[in-house]
Design a binder for this molecule. Structure first.
Ligand SMILES: Cc1cc2nc3c(=O)[nH]c(=O)nc-3n(C[C@H](O)[C@H](O)[C@H](O)COP(=O)(O)OP(=O)(O)OC[C@H]3O[C@@H](n4cnc5c(N)ncnc54)[C@H](O)[C@@H]3O)c2cc1C
Length: 429
């Protein structure tokens, strides 16, 4: 079993590495970080005829963007009810619309230009609680407040496709979908280069002079001079940018893909799209041919657990006892970047300097949205990014923040255990 290589690396398009920056260059916009936030920003800028240089400390999509689940859906990491509490319903509606715009950008671009990302539609959220009225109310709330038509699925319909007695009713998001994230990122990078953008790998920004009209980003072997600089650096901007680093809490999460399961899998799961359950420490998964992709868990301990290959099958069996003992072909972890408010950091740091970061576990729609907002702000003075001002850069709390986040995870896991005992169902963790 390979623990280091992800399923997405094993099945990705061929990847040509890029040279590092070794001299000084000039451009209109320098984007730091070549994950989805940097790539979508560069793409949106190019569509507006801007010259772009992308510098990446490691490799394109080598971090979260190439290692994630590939589930693309509306919304943010923070719950809508918490967002409403903070900014009110009208503001929350505007934010949610933007999050849906992000979904549509990824869909449109993927269908038109990136067939290798293999878009598969549909996202089913299954509930552990037998409460048809609550699920119907939730669907009605999305429709009334957010004009988003989520389909209510009764228990019989859920269990027809998900053969487990753990789940009851479900909500079906028809316009959400799954993609191969690494293939999408690789294709995006190639498209950016074909359009004249320059991407340098193994080129970490170690300093930035953001004062003055012309900014300078310093890397170990060359400088980039630009009118605008975008930090798309996610979990680890680096010690040199300690002001940004202090606002981000890096959190690990885990994924795995089983060995081929043949008929055993088809007998358990007959839904082709994304599936997620509503346990607080939720599972999210999808059938990939005759293998099963399964994601779960978070930790502020960034070391990959040695028992991941045993833990994920136990999670699978806790939902589908008929899949007990499945073998994993690959398991991996990835690092997400969170702000304390669990919303993305999007906006202007100072004139000509921008940030697109902290997308947490909901980055596939929100990075595309952020790229669009920043590119249109730079070129058209669009000020929709200001909707994110209430979610600014807040100190993430150092070790205290980590302890707090982990205690949240523990309490959620404990709640799940209590629920599981209440339902006399298997433990989850
Ligand atoms: C295991 C896992 C599963 C997930 N599943 C989903 C999912 O199913 N759906 C979903 O919507 N989201 C999911 N997410 C979240 C999503 O992957 C992220 O929110 C998103 O990829 C973040 O993109 P990014 O570009 O901000 O960050 P990253 O992909 O982390 O990219 C940031 C890049 O910046 C570079 N960088 C940082 N500092 C510097 C510097 N100083 N100089 C140069 N380069 C620098 C880094 O090397 C890195 O490559 C998941 C995340 C993980 C880890």
């Amino acid at each position: 079993m390979s623990l280091s290589q992800t399923y997405y690396e094993a099945t990705s398009s061929s990847y040509a590495g890029r040279h590092g920056l070794a001299h000084d260059i000039d451009t209109e916009v320098c984007v730091i970080g070549a994950g989805f936030a940097g790539l979508w920003t560069a793409r949106a800028l190019q569509k507006r005829h801007k010259d772009v240089v992308l510098i990446e400390r490691d490799t394109v999509a080598g971090a979260a963007s190439g290692r994630n689940g590939g589930f693309v859906s509306a919304g943010f990491n923070q719950s809508l009810s918490k967002i409403i509490d903070r900014v009110g319903i009208d503001h929350a509606r505007a934010l949610y619309r933007l999050s849906r715009m992000g979904v549509e950008i990824v869909r449109e671009e993927t269908l038109l230009h990136f067939p290798g990302a293999n878009l598969v539609p549909g996202y089913l959220r299954a509930s552990y609680d037998d409460d048809a009225e609550a699920t119907k109310r939730s669907a009605a709330w999305y429709l009334k407040e957010f004009d988003h038509d989520l389909e209510y699925w009764p228990v019989e319909r859920v269990r027809e496709v998900l053969r487990t007695e753990q789940y009851y009713q479900g909500l079906h998001e028809k316009d959400a979908f799954h993609i191969h994230p690494r293939n999408l990122a690789i294709a995006l990078a190639e498209t950016i280069e074909r359009a004249g953008g320059r991407i340098y790998e193994n080129t970490g920004a170690v300093d930035a002079d953001l004062d003055g009209v012309r900014k300078t980003v310093t890397t170990p072997r060359g400088k980039v001079r630009a009118e605008q600089v975008v930090f798309a650096t996610n979990a680890f901007p680096g010690a040199e940018f300690s002001g940004l680093q202090r606002t981000i809490l890096p959190v690990a999460t885990y994924l795995g893909v089983t060995k081929p399961l043949g008929e055993q899998l088809a007998a358990a799961i007959r839904y082709a799209g994304c599936i997620q359950d509503d346990r607080n420490s939720f599972n999210y998964y999808r059938v990939l041919g005759d293998r099963l992709l399964w994601g779960a868990g978070i930790s502020v301990d960034l070391q990959e657990p040695s028992d991941l290959g045993g833990w994920l099958p136990r999670r699978i069996a806790s939902v589908y006892p008929q899949l007990e003992g499945v073998g994993m072909e690959s398991v991996w972890s990835g690092i997400m970047g969170f702000a304390v408010h669990r919303m993305p950091q999007i906006g202007m740091l100072k004139p000509g300097a921008w940030i697109a970061s902290a997308f947490g576990g909901q980055g596939l729609n929100t990075t595309a949205m952020a790229g669009e907002l920043i590119a249109s702000a730079i070129t058209e003075k669009d000020d929709r990014w200001r909707l994110f001002i209430p979610f600014g850069l807040v100190w993430a709390g150092g070790w205290l923040g980590r302890a707090y986040a982990q205690s949240g995870w523990w309490s959620r896991t404990m709640r799940d255990r209590v629920d599981a005992i209440r339902r006399k169902s298997p433990k989850v963790a």
